[in-house]
Design a protein around this ligand. Structure first.
Ligand code: ATP
Length: 421
């Protein structure tokens, strides 16, 4: 099957020019370049919504030296290059696209879950190491057979039947992250697992134990970039995969509602971290520690997740009428903003939600007009005394008792006239 026309219709003009140019450069050294993976799948699906992300990421396989080729292109186009010599891969960053060039490779797994040993290989070697038949197709970019589909595992047929199929029975046990990836595609594309693949997947859920925390976290981050990650999370919950990652983790209806609410409030870039905080919202403090340790999460996000639960336990303090802004500020200032945001989404109480939002949108930005330098000029000595004055000033500003710089000066004078206790 020749897909030359599909390519021309699907790829933006600039990108098309670029991939043709790269292929032409490779040909000069007798090397061949192919489009592979997601781009081939999405191009055959002809679904424009699948290419509507903020960036267009495209994978290419080179039968030859991908890093050298990428270096030549980066030099000619003056773009950023990120090369991994050990893996024979390189990333080229253009304004609106990222191109991943990989030397065709053969992989062998020393033990389940380990990263594979990699040696250079042919396109066929490179396709059989892939996760699913729908991702194991390539399109030639060489001039003599430009547009030709290479589909040794019948990915196109599976696309037509809307099926997700592994390439061999050891696939999930070799690399159990494919369980998470598979469910992601199943939910994103509304596909089904082919019967044997579904059996293997269920059988190999315990193999998730062989995957490092960093790799599990990476896949969860990937899931959290989906348009509707809650579908993936719920399905992973039903399959027992979440339970396998951390026993108390659930993917229930509550998660769906909260993720949906988060999406209506926040910009896409802020969502993944927020989803993490909502995912653990019903966990106990002990269980969350187990989750954080399992996933090896970065310190800032871990802090926000712990804060989410600490604040959840303190929400009754905020569920009171007529709290002064300075009191709200005092109750919330120690928490990570992300944790406050997660609670604003998840709390049942409209009053608490409003209070948390007021803090997030207004109170946390309130600053006094006078600073330490100016107070020094007014005769306040640096140290505890100044700290106290600044706190009183800040409280008065929050509560609207002072508005202007003159009001603040007045207040400072009245404070410093009082004898120290
Ligand atoms: P997406 O649309 O989710 O980005 P993609 O297919 O581009 O889909 P990537 O995660 O960018 O997904 O991976 C690129 C390709 O690399 C996949 O299409 C697949 O062929 C291969 N791949 C990625 N991860 C694995 C894995 N764990 N095992 C085997 N092949 C993989």
């Amino acid at each position: 099957m020749n897909l030359a026309r599909h390519i021309e219709q699907y790829l933006p003009g600039k990108l098309l020019e670029l991939v043709k140019d790269i292929s032409g450069q490779a040909a000069k050294h007798g090397e061949r370049v192919y489009l592979v993976g997601g781009v081939v799948r999405d191009l055959l699906l002809r679904d424009p919504s699948l290419r509507s992300g903020p960036r267009f990421d495209l994978d290419m396989v080179v039968e030859g030296d991908a890093v050298k080729l990428a270096q030549q292109v980066a030099e000619a186009d003056q773009v950023e290059l990120l090369a991994h010599h050990r893996f024979g891969t390189a990333k080229l960053r253009y304004d609106n696209f990222t191109l991943d060039l990989a030397t065709a490779r053969k992989e062998t797994y020393a033990r389940p879950g380990a990263l594979p040993a990699v040696t250079p290989g042919t396109l066929e070697d490179d396709l059989i190491r892939r996760d699913f038949s729908i991702n194991a197709m390539a399109i030639s970019l060489a001039t003599n057979d430009y547009g030709e589909l290479i589909d040794p595992y019948h990915g196109r047929r599976d696309l037509e039947h809307r099926l997700i199929r592994v390439l061999h029975p050891r696939s999930f046990s070799d690399d159990a992250t494919r369980i998470l990836r598979g469910v992601c595609y199943e939910q994103r594309l509304s596909f089904e697992f082919e019967a044997q693949t579904a059996r293997l997947l269920k059988r190999d859920i315990p193999m998730l134990d062989t995957i490092s925390g960093d790799r599990i976290r990476h896949e969860l981050e990937h899931i959290f970039e989906e348009n509707r990650p809650e579908l993936v999370i719920r399905r992973l919950g039903d399959l027992g995969a979440l339970h396998r990652i951390t026993p108390s983790l659930k993917g229930d209806g509550w998660i769906s509602e909260e993720f949906d609410r988060a999406r209506r409030l926040k910009k896409p870039a802020q969502l993944p971290s927020l989803y993490f905080c909502l995912l653990i919202y019903s966990l106990s403090e002990r269980d969350i520690e187990q989750f954080l340790a399992r996933l090896n999460l970065p310190a800032k996000l871990s802090r926000a997740m712990r804060d989410t639960l600490r604040l959840k336990a303190s929400l009754p303090l905020l569920d009171k009428p007529l709290l002064k802004p300075s009191e709200i500020y005092h109750l919330l200032r120690e928490y990570e903003p992300l944790a406050i945001q997660a609670n604003a989404i998840a709390t049942q109480s409209p009053r608490v939600r409003r209070t948390l939002q007021v803090f997030l949108t207004k109170l946390r930005y309130v600053r006094t007009a006078l600073n330490g330098e100016e107070l020094k000029k007014m005769g306040i000595s640096p140290g505890p005394q100044m700290g106290k004055v600044l706190e009183v000033l800040h409280g008065a500003k929050l509560d609207g008792e002072v508005r202007t710089r003159a009001d603040e000066k007045q207040l400072v004078l009245s404070l410093s006239l009082r004898p120290e206790r």
